[in-house]
Design a protein around this ligand. Structure first.
Ligand code: PXP
Length: 258
């Protein structure tokens, strides 16, 4: 529970802003692992705006924890992933104009295109995860496609404007986790998670993995990446301990909020 995948895309963003060779995401992955990261997450985008093919190749050789490749189902990227064989592939939607991944993959609509991609990547030895919104239809479609896991989009939770919206978003995530478990899926979470909002969601003790990027890389500018990762890991570990102390199931076996 509460494993931390550190998304290092934005280290590469700084490098690409100058077309230079530093800062190197390979160095970042080492620092993140020394700080306690359970995995390194990268998104090899079709436009290569941050992570490049060279980074992906080197990280495959150097990451000692778990390499999670976020990727679109574009044939060129699928081909690279099949060759690279990262530990995990997380299929995400991708639009060129977006600043970051906005919302989840529409697995329901794209099922016929997604299924063969899942089969090919599984044959390559990768674990498969789908980045989706916390929605029952999307969860069912993901299970039907043969994914091992889903990563629930936490944007609604992260951007909630008031307490009511926050509780509603958290409740939606809880219901999605229950559905995911019933379908035999491992459930991850990511997008917009920060040092300020991580605790309530991590205290559920329901997510096996959190993928966090922007907030950690932003803090790293002031405290260094190793320390920034350590601080996030401490919050996740504290939340996991508190979660273990709650009785998380009711008589029906459903998850209850602490
Ligand atoms: N998970 C997925 C699937 C993402 O696309 C992203 C953004 O690249 C993240 C997690 C990390 O989001 P953030 O940078 O907001 O922490």
């Amino acid at each position: 529970m509460n494993k931390l995948g550190v998304n290092i895309d934005h280290v590469a963003t700084v490098r690409q802003a100058r077309g230079a060779d530093e800062p190197d995401p390979v160095w970042a992955a080492v620092q993140a692992e020394l700080g306690g990261a359970d995995g390194i997450t990268i998104h090899l985008r079709e436009d290569r705006r941050h992570i490049t093919d060279r980074d992906a190749e080197l990280l495959k050789q150097t990451v000692a924890s778990k390499l999670n490749l976020e990727m679109a189902i574009a044939p060129e990227i699928v081909k690279i992933a099949v060759r690279l064989k990262p530990d995990q592939c997380t299929l995400v939607p991708e639009r060129r104009q977006e600043l970051t991944t906005e919302g989840g993959l529409n697995v329901t609509r794209l099922k016929r295109r997604i299924k063969p991609v899942v089969t090919r990547l599984r044959r390559a030895g990768c674990l498969l995860s789908a980045f989706i919104e916390p929605d029952e239809t999307q969860l069912r479609a993901s299970a039907e496609c043969g994914f091992d896991a889903v990563e629930l989009w936490t944007g609604e939770y992260a951007h909630a404007k008031d307490d009511a919206a926050f509780s509603q978003a958290l409740d939606r995530l809880v219901r999605a986790v229950e559905t995911g478990w019933k379908l035999g899926l491992d459930v991850h979470a990511g997008h917009g998670l920060t040092y300020r909002n991580i605790e309530p969601i991590a205290e559920l003790g329901a997510f096996s993995e959190f993928n966090i990027g922007h907030s950690i890389v932003a803090r790293a500018m002031f405290s260094g990446l190793r320390e920034a990762v350590r601080e996030m890991k401490d919050l996740l570990n504290g939340a996991a301990q508190r979660a273990a102390a709650y009785d998380l199931r009711d008589e029906q076996g459903d998850l209850v909020m602490p």
